[in-house]
Design a protein around this ligand. Sequence first.
Ligand code: GAF
Length: 401
Amino acid sequence: MTDVSELVSGAEQLYGQMFGGEAARVAVCAPGRVNLIGEHTDYNEGFVLPMALPLVTVVVGSEISSQNVTLVTAASDADEPQRLDLCLSSDGSSLSPGLPRWANYVKGVIQHYRAPPVPGFRAVIATSVPLGGGLSSSASLEVAFYTFLQQLKPDDGNQVSKAVACQQAEHTHAGVPCGIMDQFVSVLGREGHALLIDCRSLDATHIPLGDPGLVILITDSNVRHSLSCSEYPMRRRQCEEAASILGKDSLRDATMKDLEGRMDDVIYRRACHVIEEIERTVQAAEALKRGAYEEFGMLMVASHNSLRDLYEVSCRELDELVSAAMEVEGVFGSRMTGGGFGGCTVTLLLTQAIEKTIHHIQVRTQTCIKIYCMYTISITMTIQKGIFIGIFSIYTYMENM
Ligand code: GAF
């Protein structure tokens, strides 16, 4: 796994190459996330329980005296670093979303920065978060960029307003009507802790994950998703419709009893998932505090089943990864993580079961579905026979810079 200092020195080297040997003066980073439980609840004002990852996006750069911006990214789908020049015109037209897509996140953050106007700058972006893999590569870019701008010109906000500004960037410039979870945990996540977020009040509690006998395993289906496609916004609309039928501000205020006989089958199933998932997340956070990992694991599996059957955002490859993991002794729970339609699964297991779990997933996926052979591997982490496997001991998260 590329660590933060390697990523920063790679970005600094690229900065030197692009800008004639000049050294970058600012280096910042922000993490991606994995969500342990609480899926599709954030935009329903419910609870979520993500944790920040030791996979980060870094931005290195310097302020310049003109109103020009030059962005270089080593974090796009292209093989070579990509460059974009913008002039920060007073009418803001240069910040309209367009192509290349990777720049939209940056443009959005500049637009929503709380201390406008931002000065001109040159910056290089690099990342170890798999792009489009459901581990919040976009939120980590937004938050890293916001942090970069804060170094050039401090704003008057706090950490919550920073997360909200980054969420707005995602809405206006990436076209994804996301909730607050990803940006929030990228800003406020802490080493060795999960973060229970109340997405209504935006209060958050850090829950220690202090047990050295536990591991969180992330496996990537290698199915790539794009959340701006119609499915994610459609789920959000269906939830809003359910809340409106019930005369509630959001599904956070609804109970299962409220739903009876009030809506058609699809909307009913979406609402059931959200109401039960909010409840599961609260229970899971309590279980984690007590060290009740079996209970936590059962809630993870119930969450996955609900996302598969009621919310319909899983896919065959994710389901296969979950069932393969659940066949191994020492695995407490497994589920898809993030928006769905591809991306990753997250599994909670005993450290001593890690090797046999990885082996079993490999064997199962080769002999039963052989599906990984067909995938293009586009990420450069630990890749074993086609499956990206990130193993994060809960003690090894790298500090935010
Ligand atoms: C994506 C979104 F960006 C989050 O806000 C959240 O809704 C998640 O999908 C599903 O829980 O990551």
